[in-house]
Write a protein that binds this ligand. Structure first.
Ligand SMILES: NC(=O)c1ccc[n+]([C@@H]2O[C@H](COP(=O)([O-])OP(=O)(O)OC[C@H]3O[C@@H](n4cnc5c(N)ncnc54)[C@H](O)[C@@H]3O)[C@@H](O)[C@H]2O)c1
Length: 310
């Protein structure tokens, strides 16, 4: 049994990770400022004696005795991270600095939840970890993309300078139950629109592609990365199967049996045209690859949103 800190543990991915770690028998400290997460996400675990909830903002330092840190604290969807871009940068930079300082002090191991956004609008397909990316440092997404890039740099520098034991997960689009209703990302948007009989909004012509990873697959990847021996270099975690946005819309329409119609709107600034992970490194080093097909994952996600919309 280990004592494990999950920052952002009350969020979408964090709450699934907390649940998984508790099932594995660990003691879990969930640290969150509840900006986009909520206690409701962990309500079903409230009687778990091995779970401790800490209300704290990672922008401020914290001292805890722990063996591992999963550092997830950061709003993930554009509507949320653009709400206060300066705070998003602080969360990424100061938050990661504080977590690295803590890791160093207590000689723990830290995993950073980085993102495929560090590849920007990629000029290489699929994206391998060696690719340096094509990121606009001035755009509305930069607070998040560049924030995560600096967070990765901090991880590498603490490792080189102080031998801190680090893991970097580059997470690609993940979906599943407990995504916020107002998350604004494509899977939740489409499901909510379809279930409430509203028009389904397609940005551009809908030919841009995305890959979608179901949350249980992602959690399994994060845990294998944390526990594998020596993996300082970043590892892509995502589902390599590519779908156009139109294909996703049609799947959601069919599974929700919705009569919603598709409407087309202009593409937002810096919206990447294609993004798909190359997961060869995860396969080779962790023996990990996603198991859940898009259709199965959507079937498991739709009832969650249906319940929320009641
Ligand atoms: N969901 C995805 O598709 C995806 C893709 C790539 C990377 N990620 C990364 O994974 C992590 C989790 O994402 P998610 O989808 O669960 O998002 P989320 O918004 O549901 O969760 C983020 C959590 O962090 C908390 N938080 C935010 N700022 C904080 C702060 N300053 N101090 C303390 N807590 C704070 C929020 O309250 C929330 O509980 C994020 O770091 C995100 O960048 C997610």
């Amino acid at each position: 049994m280990a004592r494990i800190l999950v920052t952002g543990g009350a969020g979408f991915i964090g709450s699934h990770l907390v649940e998984f770690l508790l099932k594995e028998g660990h003691e879990v400290l969930c640290l969150d400022n509840y900006f986009t997460g909520s206690r409701e996400n962990l309500l079903h675990l409230r009687d778990q004696p091995r779970l401790e909830m800490i209300r704290h903002d990672v922008v401020e330092p914290v001292m805890l005795e722990i063996d591992q840190i999963y550092h997830l604290a950061c709003p993930a969807s554009p509507v949320h991270y653009q709400y206060n871009p300066v705070k998003t940068i602080k969360t990424n930079v100061l938050g990661t600095l504080h977590m690295l300082g803590l890791t160093k002090r207590v000689r723990a191991r830290i995993l950073l939840a980085s993102t495929s956004e560090i590849y920007g609008d990629p000029l290489e397909h699929p994206q391998r970890e060696e690719y340096w990316g094509n990121v606009n440092c001035l755009g509305p997404r930069s607070c998040y993309d560049e924030g995560k890039r600096v967070a990765e740099t901090l991880m590498m520098d603490y490792h080189r300078q102080n031998r801190v034991d680090i893991r970097i997960a580059r997470i690609f689009n993940t979906y599943g139950p407990r995504m916020a209703l107002n998350d604004g990302r494509v899977v939740s948007n489409f499901i909510v629109q379809a279930l409430s009989g509203k028009d389904i909004t397609i940005y551009g012509e809908g030919k841009q592609t995305r890959s979608f990873c179901y949350v249980s697959d992602l959690v399994a990847g994060l845990v294998s990365l944390m526990n594998c021996e020596e993996q300082t270099e970043p590892v892509n975690l995502g589902n390599p199967e590519e779908f156009t946005i139109l294909e996703l819309a049609h799947k959601v329409l069919a599974l929700t049996k919705s009569a919603s119609t598709l409407v087309y709107k202009p593409l937002p600034a810096d919206d990447p045209v294609r993004r798909r992970p190359d997961i060869s490194r995860a396969k080779a080093k962790l023996g990990w690859q996603p198991q859940v097909l898009l259709e199965e994952g959507l079937k498991a996600t739709i009832p969650y949103f249906a319940e929320k919309l009641k």
